[in-house]
Design a binder for this molecule. Structure first.
Ligand code: PEP
Length: 255
């Protein structure tokens, strides 16, 4: 059985104080969640607060990016060692906003994925096509390139700690969600690709999340699709009650 994981991505939102307020409200709402993993990606400045406020709970904390190096002359950057030191467990890598605004290529994302795994952080590798790529029929080619590139030299054993998030770029922050059938089709493609890259066991066990305007109204229909193992949620993860509904949809979905 593979794990359903519902992860939030706050992006550049919430101060440390606002993060503390969020967790005070959110923690009791999800205290009874047993099956689904709950992860929240917060800005670097809120990581310490977030790990402290969620210590001993069923909520895990993610960073939204990191540098691949352990330390050194990389002004403004944050290393995997620094994240580990704060009790961070996951790191979102290759988000489309980082690819688009900060020039992250598959090669750069791959270095980060390998660095995360080396230090015992679990990468959430984001992949997904742009609108024009969907329209010109290259969705599978784009997703395959991003997965093959992002996971280069990552062995089957390490895949137990990797999460993949399929996030069609045209659905992120736009209110345009992929239909459950559209999302399931790409998730099945990803699962088959993992069989080819690794083996059936790895493919069966990797959590593949959907992201892109997932909300409290559409989460259950998406997460109950055969190959959709949870979500990576932007906007709706900022509001405790809304995110709780999505987490609970994940909690009752059996894979
Ligand atoms: C995201 O940032 O990964 C995302 C899916 O955002 P939203 O849910 O707001 O579309």
């Amino acid at each position: 059985m593979r794990k359903v994981i519902v992860a939030g991505n706050w992006k550049m939102n919430k101060t440390a104080k606002e993060a503390a307020e969020f967790f005070a409200e959110f923690k009791p709402l999800v205290a009874d969640v047993k099956n689904a993993g709950i992860v929240i990606g917060v800005p670097f400045t809120a990581l310490e607060t977030a790990t402290r406020e969620t210590a001993g709970s069923n909520i895990k904390i993610a960073a939204e990016n990191m540098n691949a190096n352990d330390s050194g002359a990389y002004t403004g950057e944050v290393s995997p060692l620094m994240l580990k030191d704060l009790g961070v467990e996951y790191v979102i890598l290759g988000h489309s906003e980082r690819r688009e605004y900060y020039g992250e290529t598959d090669a750069i994302v791959n270095e980060k994925v390998k660095a995360a795994l080396k230090h015992g952080l679990k990468p959430i590798l984001c992949v997904g096509e742009k609108l024009e790529e969907r329209e010109n029929g290259t969705t599978e080619k784009v997703v395959e390139e991003q997965i093959v590139g992002g996971l280069k030299d990552v062995c089957a054993e390490k895949m137990a700690n990797v999460v993949i998030a399929y996030e069609p770029v045209w659905a992120i922050g736009t209110g345009k969600t992929a239909t459950p059938a559209q999302a399931q089709e790409v998730h099945a493609f990803i699962r088959n690709l993992l069989v080819k890259m690794y083996n059936a066991e790895v493919a069966e066990n990797v959590t593949v999340q959907y992201g892109g305007s997932m909300n409290d109204a559409n989460a259950a229909e998406l997460i109950t699709q055969k190959d959709i193992d949870g979500g990576l949620v932007g906007g709706a993860s900022l509001i405790p009650e809304k995110f709780t509904v999505i987490v609970k949809a994940g909690d009752s979905a059996v894979k």
